[in-house]
Design a protein. Structure first.
Length: 316
């Protein structure tokens, strides 16, 4: 039996390595194919069509050919680096390295396009022109997202995989003109809530609980209010009770039933929140380890209802 286990582990590891090797070979093949297409396109255009457009327009075609090849190479390299790093670390730690590789790749792409157009790249990089160009463009929307994304990666206000809430004045949400929930005191905050999926050159992607993907520009996110959702959530539920049922009689039982909910961390607090002529409203507040506060609130209300409603019939 021990020898069989060792043999199985060796075969499993070998199959994983072979699969990774095939992916690497496929990526190399894509780069080589893109290079061949670029060389053939460059040759055909240079020999048969360049004289028709003239030198001034031809250099822009050359720049397009070069940029397409480098763009394909950058995408393949970034994907390869990401797969390689994910074999040794989780996505939150691998993502900053992937982002930096993407940033370097696109800087090379920009310099290559400048070279293909006919601009002296050496003098641009070594001189003050390049720095002035970068700073000037960074003030505009062209590179603002890139610099903001780099700042997010460096300062790390949140990590990939974390649950966050994003509140930004640039993305206003129309609030409803009616109460959001009966007997509710919940805050109405127009924020985007979900899990951070990725931080790319231009956008940060958040997956909402509904499954929708929200892409927020990095320049906007850098100015936004970010709420990082913790492991434990405070959940509040309210329920209307007839005054024929004394609070001192039912409060302890309700707290005990709510404490039995999976993920409850502390004894729930049951208090009187409001009172009317014939009824009063109780508030149940508890600390839970949960991914959805709505689901937990529903379970609290169900347990309270299952206990209180039969008692109403006895007092009538």
């Amino acid at each position: 039996m021990p020898s069989t286990t060792v043999k199985y582990d060796q075969v499993y590891g070998s199959s994983m390595d072979n699969d990774y090797g095939r992916r690497v070979l496929m990526q190399v093949a894509i780069v080589v194919a893109a290079l061949m297409v670029a060389v053939i396109s460059y040759y055909l255009f240079d020999n048969y069509y360049a004289h028709i457009l003239g030198p001034n327009l031809s250099r822009f075609v050359y720049a397009a050919i070069v940029s397409l090849f480098i763009y394909a190479a950058v995408r393949v390299v970034v994907a390869g680096v990401e797969r390689f790093l994910l074999r040794f670390m989780d996505v939150s730690r691998a993502h900053p390295f992937v982002f930096l590789v993407s940033l370097v790749g696109y800087v090379i792409l920009a310099l290559a396009v400048l070279w293909a157009i006919g601009i002296n790249v050496t003098s641009v990089v070594l001189g003050g022109t390049f720095l002035s160009l970068i700073i000037g463009l960074a003030a505009q929307s062209v590179l603002a997202n890139m610099f903001a994304g780099l700042m997010i990666i460096v300062s790390r206000p949140f990590r990939v995989g974390q649950q966050v809430g994003i509140l930004a004045w640039q993305y206003g949400i129309a609030l409803p003109s009616y109460p959001p929930k009966f007997f509710s005191k919940d805050e109405i905050r127009p924020s985007y809530n979900g899990k951070v999926v990725s931080v790319s050159i231009n956008y940060t992607t958040i997956e909402e609980e509904s499954g929708n993907l929200v892409r927020i520009a990095n320049s906007v996110l850098l100015q936004a209010s970010v709420t990082i959702r913790g492991k434990y959530q405070m959940v509040r539920a309210r329920y209307e009770i007839p005054k024929s049922l004394q609070f001192s009689t039912i409060s302890r039982e309700i707290a005990g039933r709510v404490a039995e909910i999976k993920g409850c961390q502390e004894a729930p607090v049951v208090t009187i929140d409001e009172t009317a002529i014939n009824t009063y409203v109780i508030s149940i507040l508890g600390k839970f380890e949960t991914k959805s506060t709505d689901v937990t609130r529903s379970e609290i209300l169900r347990r309270v209802m299952d206990y209180v409603e039969p008692l109403k019939g006895k007092t009538d």
